[in-house]
Write a new protein. Structure first.
Length: 638
């Protein structure tokens, strides 16, 4: 019977083609109209350590979250099987290389010792000898269907047919994995060709050898192993979809929103956004040149925010992108922007901290860093995106808000969203506008220009060169001249700070926070950022179990939707409200208390650096309801 939802995990050494597998499969599945979501977990090294892709495909929707167990575990190497043997469903499939069956767990040098010890203990409890062949036999005895392939033998045929040099053959292991999965879920040659053509658009000579291997493996698997996990025909409504990562969604939003300058220093996971912008610097409509985006890699993050501010002062719509350690370095520049009412956007991708922390793992522990970094008081807007489409739209909105109110805007995301790839409907840009606020290029008295006029909260802003103006880090008068007069200080500081009142009055609270589900549920979950998808999916599962769950999604951290949030919690009661967050302290609880006076005491948190999975969130909610637990710490994932 065809399936509507299939989950798979593809693992192997970093730098050996995992991203190729992911991109090819997603493109091939999107070509057939399926909804896809994938997340990538990888170590902070260049090559060799264990990495994996968790991918979910659906015929009736774009998946909002990832979960376990998986239906297919596809392994490039023995380490993947040892690491994820408990993650595959007992009715699922294991794809592995029979050439590694003699591999012992203690001989895998790339595995961390603590991880090896955990796996050894688990196998010992199950009475399994820590040898790959024995582990495969054990999984098969539990009902897992084993798809054993001789990778070396398959690849040797590629050398004979396409003349691929022996030292290059290992690079095509990804095609073996793609082919095996294609054979299990029913992807045809046309779909595989579309996938490889998408991946190797700039290296077309690689398409045919990869298609040859994938098709050959797919035919072998589909004829020999069964019953398979054939996907039912897609029932999604949209005719066209975009296949984008979170980084790319933000970059596309910035381009739509009119950004023309982006500065950055390479840092994970923010750098991919700037790389994407660099590859699309020239904006064209067919053969017609529309403009360009100047992307500047600076020597550090201090220079990055300074360059963005310089571009903004010159009249260019400007932004920068960074992660936690980089944002720390930007704090003084952010204060300078606050003092001088400079409209810049800082796209802030959170990762595991503190310090260097876990550079390639995710977190949501930088909420207060975004809200309060920088000395002194100054207005700032902080927007947090919950999914790919929100990220794209918020990127446009952040640029408009920055220039409309002449304030720094922090667009807050996390690694989970940044590095996940999803199929999303092509956004409707007809309602998207570019609002440059009070940008003026004609000044009546350029020699007597009051850049910081007290006549209105948001003063007319002339780019450098259009009028005489002064910018300094010190307190200043209406012209920009330094002052320490106490009366003038009150006027100037109040002018800046009152912008938050203006912003809050003009952006409806219903836009800054959204309530999903029932007005009077059994339990209200409150969160922000990438927990949105997993909470919404968990709520549907819980409803089938007779539990009514609603989700309060906080999208604007500043200005906070105090009345809406307070009313939603008050209606349910704090005793039936649970914060969900990728952090130790559930910072959203503290932010709610600061803005509403209501103290949330129940929380579901995860700080392993891995995303919250649907199945563990469902279990956590049931634990809170059944046992009255106030705090559940999640830790699933390799």
């Amino acid at each position: 019977m065809p399936l509507s939802d299939v989950k798979m995990l593809i693992g192997g050494p970093q730098g050996t083609g995992l991203e190729t597998v992911s991109h090819v499969l997603i493109a091939a599945l999107a070509y057939n109209g399926y909804g896809v979501l994938s997340g990538r977990e990888y170590h902070s090294n260049i090559k060799g350590r264990h990495s994996y892709i968790l991918l979910r495909v659906s015929s009736h929707e774009v998946p909002k979250s990832l979960t376990y167990p998986v239906d297919i575990l596809a392994a490039m190497d023995p380490e993947t099987v040892f690491t994820h043997c408990a993650d595959v469903s007992h009715s699922g499939f294991l794809v592995y290389d029979v050439g590694g069956e003699d591999t012992r767990l203690d001989k895998i040098v790339s595995m961390e010792s603590y991880t090896r010890q955990r796996i050894e203990k688990r196998l010992q409890r199950e009475g399994v000898e820590p040898v790959l062949g024995k582990l495969v036999e054990y999984l098969e005895s539990k009902g897992v269907k084993v798809v054993g392939l001789d990778y070396r033998s398959i690849l040797s045929e590629l050398r004979e047919r396409h003349g691929i040099a022996p030292h290059m053959l290992s690079r095509f292991t990804s095609s073996v994995i793609v082919g095996a999965i294609a054979g299990l879920i029913g992807l045809d040659e046309e779909s595989l060709r579309a996938g490889f053509s998408h991946r190797f658009a700039a290296r077309k000579q690689l398409v045919e050898p990869n298609v040859y291997i994938a098709v050959k493996v797919a035919e072998h698997v589909s004829s020999k192993f069964g019953p398979r996990l054939i996907l039912e025909e897609s029932m999604l409504q949209h005719e066209e979809y975009m296949v984008v990562s979170g980084n790319e969604a933000v970059a596309i939003g910035k381009i739509i929103g009119g950004v023309r300058f982006q500065s950055y220093y390479p840092i994970t996971p923010a750098q991919d956004e700037s790389f994407f912008l660099e590859s699309h610097e020239k904006l064209t409509d067919g053969n017609r040149q529309l403009g360009s985006v100047l992307v500047l890699q600076t020597e550090d993050e201090i220079a990055a925010i300074a360059a963005a501010m310089g571009a903004a002062l010159a009249g260019t719509r400007a932004a920068t992108a960074t992660s936690g350690p980089g944002f720390d370095l930007m704090a003084e520049g952010l204060s300078w922007a606050g003092m001088n009412e400079v409209p810049i956007v800082v796209t802030y991708y959170q990762r595991g901290g503190p310090s260097t922390g876990m550079p390639t793992r995710g977190a949501q522990s930088d909420l207060f860093t975004a809200l309060f970094s920088g000395h002194g008081e100054f207005p700032r807007v902080v927007i947090a995106s919950g999914d790919h489409l929100e990220a794209l739209n918020d990127a446009v909105e952040a640029l408009n808000i920055a220039e409309r109110y002449q304030v720094p805007v922090i667009h807050l995301l996390d690694k989970f969203l940044a590095n996940s790839i999803a199929t999303i409907p092509i956004p409707d840009t007809s309602s998207m506008t570019i609002d440059r606020g009070k940008l003026v290029t004609r000044v009546e008295a350029p020699l007597n220009y009051k850049r910081f006029s007290l006549d209105e909260l948001v003063s007319p802003r002339a780019p450098l060169g259009y009028a005489v103006s002064w910018y300094t880090g010190d307190e200043h008068d209406e012209y920009g001249h330094i002052t320490e007069d106490p009366v003038l200080r009150v006027k100037m500081h109040s002018k800046r700070m009152r912008k938050m009142e203006l912003i809050a009055s003009e952006i409806p609270e219903e836009h800054r926070a959204q309530l999903y589900g029932y007005t009077e549920p059994d339990l209200l979950l409150i969160g922000w950022g990438s927990v949105k998808g997993v909470v919404l999916d968990a709520a549907r599962i819980l409803e089938k179990k007779g539990v009514r769950v609603s989700y309060l999604h906080i999208r604007y951290m500043s200005p906070f939707a105090s009345k809406l949030v307070g009313k939603a919690i008050g209606r349910v009661g704090v005793d039936r409200t649970v914060a969900v967050e990728h952090s130790y302290e559930a910072h959203i609880s503290k932010l709610v208390a600061m803005n509403t006076g209501q103290r949330i005491t129940k929380e579901i948190v995860k700080f392993t650096g891995r995303p919250i999975y649907t199945h563990e969130l469902v279990d956590a909610v049931l634990r809170i309801l059944d046992t009255g637990e106030k705090r559940v710490v999640l830790d699933y994932g390799a």
